[in-house]
Design a protein around this ligand. Structure first.
Ligand SMILES: *[C@@H]1O[C@H](CO)[C@@H](O)[C@H](O)[C@H]1NC(C)=O
Ligand SMILES: *[C@@H]1O[C@H](CO)[C@@H](O)[C@H](O)[C@H]1NC(C)=O
Ligand SMILES: *[C@@H]1O[C@H](CO)[C@@H](O)[C@H](O)[C@H]1NC(C)=O
Ligand SMILES: *[C@@H]1O[C@H](CO)[C@@H](O)[C@H](O)[C@H]1NC(C)=O
Ligand SMILES: *[C@@H]1O[C@H](CO)[C@@H](O)[C@H](O)[C@H]1NC(C)=O
Ligand SMILES: *[C@@H]1O[C@H](CO)[C@@H](O)[C@H](O)[C@H]1NC(C)=O
Ligand SMILES: *[C@@H]1O[C@H](CO)[C@@H](O)[C@H](O)[C@H]1NC(C)=O
Ligand SMILES: *[C@@H]1O[C@H](CO)[C@@H](O)[C@H](O)[C@H]1NC(C)=O
Ligand SMILES: *[C@@H]1O[C@H](CO)[C@@H](O)[C@H](O)[C@H]1NC(C)=O
Ligand SMILES: *[C@@H]1O[C@H](CO)[C@@H](O)[C@H](O)[C@H]1NC(C)=O
Ligand SMILES: *[C@@H]1O[C@H](CO)[C@@H](O)[C@H](O)[C@H]1NC(C)=O
Length: 615
């Protein structure tokens, strides 16, 4: 389980690191672009300005090596207007950014002044040690887009930004301005065209409560990102709020410890509000009903929020709602009730995980017909899964793990043909699973259903039934599956994680099953009565954990050819013969080899850290 989740995180990280490939930034011109540009020549003075800029900087990464030849419009990172030939866009963001290193740019010369038509300048991920004439940054009067995110630069340039009256997009996310003066945002209110401002991961705490006073003056602002700024003191009430055009507000990961601010409810254009990872106090006010345009609301990780109001059901455009890791308790009946007030509610993602919610999951859950992700992990829900679950025909991920579900799984589960992840782990399920619950789950990849109640959930599936899915994870500890090792398991050849501990299989497991499942990472077949021999050498290159203990396996002790460090538990079987003398060569990273006889250990599920996989 822990490994499985780690794997999700790694995939997620890789995706976020490489997802926006830096290659896309300097994409070579396509043929058609080349043709349309064929007769555009770059302007002589602008070419000189670029060359002079190139001369000034230390280009240690060779980014500007393509800056040779006549037509500067063909140079990497340079774009010209296709009519006039003027340079309009300069993308000098650091190529190495996927490695989280910045490039050094050394000194920036003042020649940028000559790029009078520049409207886009990206200097992100660069270390700029020195700017020859800081005023230059105030003179690029056509600039509409400026990014200095993840860059470091001298403080002196900041006040000059106030001169950029055309600027619409300013990204200072995780940037670092160095210099002598105290942080001062006086220049910010002059940016009257600004629509997008990201000052995330900046320490604005120094500025105390004045930070928003500056921002509030920006009448055109649509997106404001102030995540991870160590903000603590919420702005009190304002005499007026000028940024009522605000559409996106991100105040996540700060240190607010007040109640939810009343002035938020005047921002009636908001579609996205992120207040996650603060310490907001008390109840969620009914005033949320004013935010009729809200599509994304994240209040997660505020451990002192205490109620789950039904007002969200009145927000008919709401697509994602997260109240993960707050302190909400009680049942969810009232919360679901008002979802019938919208003819067509649009909720696609609901995360109520890691709270203190209790009781039956009501049938009114079936009203959330657009739901794709439902996460109720880590609460204390009990009873049966409601039959109306079958109405959630778009559902892709369902996580009900670590609850106290102590009754049945309905036949209608079998209607969820979009389902990819089904995690019902660590509950106390009872009843019967037949083909009906599984037949239409054509996309299922993770099927996790371990239960505390030993053998109370019975798989009553015909021996020869062939399922439509090929699983990557299969965990059914303590369910009753045997005595046979059925065909629906035999055909699974893409498995990485298998937990079939204590499922009463008394059969042999076909040799081919072991050779087919080449992706195996974790395999637990312990506490069954499985018979037969294993191949003496098994090839599962990525395997890390194998537990075959407490079975009736015979023959010589098997060895896995695996590159990772492996834990191998074989105790209480009928293996015979010596421990292979070359086991150290064949399994150079073997960590644990357990051949002892000992009493079966007590079932105890650990409470894993989970990263929810949302695509
Ligand atoms: C010139 O650029 C504009 C805006 O980028 C674009 O809409 C237009 O199609 C281009 N014209 C040609 C001939 O490429
Ligand atoms: C600001 O712009 C004005 C004219 O638009 C210009 O005269 C002045 O030099 C600029 N100031 C700075 C600091 O760039
Ligand atoms: C903000 O709005 C108030 C009231 O509408 C107005 O008096 C004030 O001039 C505005 N401030 C700015 C900076 O636009
Ligand atoms: C917020 O809206 C209410 C009702 O529309 C209005 O009375 C109040 O003045 C507004 N508050 C601010 C700070 O704009
Ligand atoms: C937040 O809740 C915790 C316990 O849940 C409590 O100890 C703490 O005092 C609360 N903080 C505030 C500021 O109310
Ligand atoms: C549910 O919706 C109705 C109709 O919009 C509203 O009158 C009622 O106050 C809502 N209930 C709650 C608890 O929000
Ligand atoms: C309901 O909403 C979905 C998605 O927002 C949309 O595709 C569908 O057409 C809507 N149905 C009705 C009846 O409005
Ligand atoms: C589920 O769908 C059926 C058929 O569309 C409908 O009759 C039933 O009321 C729905 N149940 C819920 C709880 O929405
Ligand atoms: C399930 O748990 C609830 C709450 O603890 C209890 O009231 C109920 O009787 C249990 N149901 C069964 C079938 O054990
Ligand atoms: C599976 O899907 C088919 C076709 O959509 C449908 O006729 C059948 O009733 C479904 N079976 C189950 C068990 O939901
Ligand atoms: C050994 O394994 C068998 C088969 O699972 C089991 O019945 C028996 O209790 C186990 N013995 C010990 C001592 O664990």
């Amino acid at each position: 389980m822990a490994n499985l989740n780690l794997n999700f995180i790694v995939v997620f990280l890789l995706f976020s690191l490489f997802g926006s490939s830096p290659l896309g930034i300097f994409k070579p011109s396509s043929c058609s672009e080349d043709q349309s540009r064929a007769n555009i020549k770059c302007i002589y003075t602008e070419r000189q300005a670029l060359l002079s800029f190139k001369k000034g900087v230390t280009d240690d990464s060779g980014r500007l090596s393509s800056w040779v030849g006549e037509d500067c419009c063909q140079w990497r990172g340079v774009e010209c207007n296709n009519q006039s030939g003027h340079v309009t866009k300069l993308d000098l963001s650091c190529e190495k950014k996927r490695y989280r290193l910045s490039c050094s740019f050394g000194k920036i010369s003042s020649s940028l002044i000559h790029l009078k038509y520049l409207n886009y300048l990206d200097l992100s991920w660069n270390n700029i040690d020195h700017v020859q004439i800081p005023e230059v940054f105030g003179m690029l009067e056509n600039l509409m887009y400026l990014s200095l995110s993840y860059a470091s630069f001298p403080q002196e340039i900041l006040p000059h930004l106030g001169n950029l009256s055309s600027l619409m997009h300013l990204d200072l996310h995780h940037s670092y301005s160095f210099g002598e003066k105290a942080e001062n945002l006086d220049w910010l209110p002059s940016l009257s065209s600004l629509k997008y401002l990201d000052m995330g991961q900046q320490n604005l705490y120094i500025a105390g409560a004045i930070w928003l006073q500056e921002v509030i003056m920006l009448p055109s602002l649509q997106e404001l990102h102030l995540s991870s700024c160590e903000l603590q003191i919420p702005p009190p009430s304002f005499p007026f709020i000028n940024f009522t055009s605000l559409v996106v507000l991100d105040l996540s990961n700060n240190a607010f410890d007040s109640s939810i601010f009343q002035w938020l409810f005047n921002l009636t254009s908001l579609t996205s509000l992120d207040l996650s990872s603060n310490n907001l106090q008390g109840t969620i006010p009914y005033n949320f009903v004013n935010l009729r345009n809200l599509e994304h609301l994240d209040l997660s990780e505020n451990p002192n929020i205490t109620n789950l109001p039904s007002v969200f059901g009145n927000l008919c455009k709401l697509k994602t709602l997260s109240l993960k890791s707050t302190n909400i308790g009680g049942n969810i009946d009232g919360f679901l009730d008002n979802f019938s007030t919208c003819l067509n509610n649009s909720l696609e993602s609901l995360d109520l995980s890691l709270n203190k919610l209790v009781g039956n999951i009501p049938d009114s859950l079936g009203r959330l017909e657009s739901l794709r992700y439902l996460n109720l992990y880590g609460n204390s829900f009990w009873g049966s899964m409601p039959p109306s679950i079958g109405n959630l025909s778009s559902l892709q991920q369902l996580d009900l793990s670590f609850n106290e579900m102590n009754e049945t799984i309905p036949a209608s589960l079998g209607q969820l043909s979009e389902l990819v992840i089904l995690d019902l782990n660590a509950n106390s399920w009872r009843g019967v699973i037949t083909e009906t619950q599984l037949t239409n789950l054509t996309r299922l990849e993770d099927f996790v259903l371990t239960t505390y109640t030993v053998h109370s959930l019975v798989f009553n599936v015909m021996y020869n039934w062939v399922p439509p899915f090929r699983l990557k994870s299969l965990e059914l500890e303590n369910c009753l599956i045997g005595p046979k090792f059925p065909v629906w398991l035999q055909v699974q050849n893409e498995l990485s994680y298998v937990n079939l501990k204590n499922v009463r299989i008394t059969d042999t497991i076909p040799e081919e099953w072991f050779s087919k499942t080449s992706q195996l990472i974790d395999l637990d077949l312990s506490n069954n009565q499985i018979t037969g021999k294993l191949l003496q050498q098994l090839v599962h290159p990525n395997v890390k954990f194998i537990d075959l203990s407490h079975n009736y396996f015979k023959g010589p002790i098997p060895v896995w050819l695996a590159k990772n460090s492996v834990q191998l538990y074989l105790k209480n079987n009928s293996f015979a013969g010596p421990i292979p003398s070359n086991i150290g060569d064949l399994m150079p990273s073997l960590q644990i080899l357990d051949l002892l006889r000992e009493p079966p250990h007590v079932v105890k599920f650990h409470y894993p850290y989970k990263k929810w996989r949302v695509s």
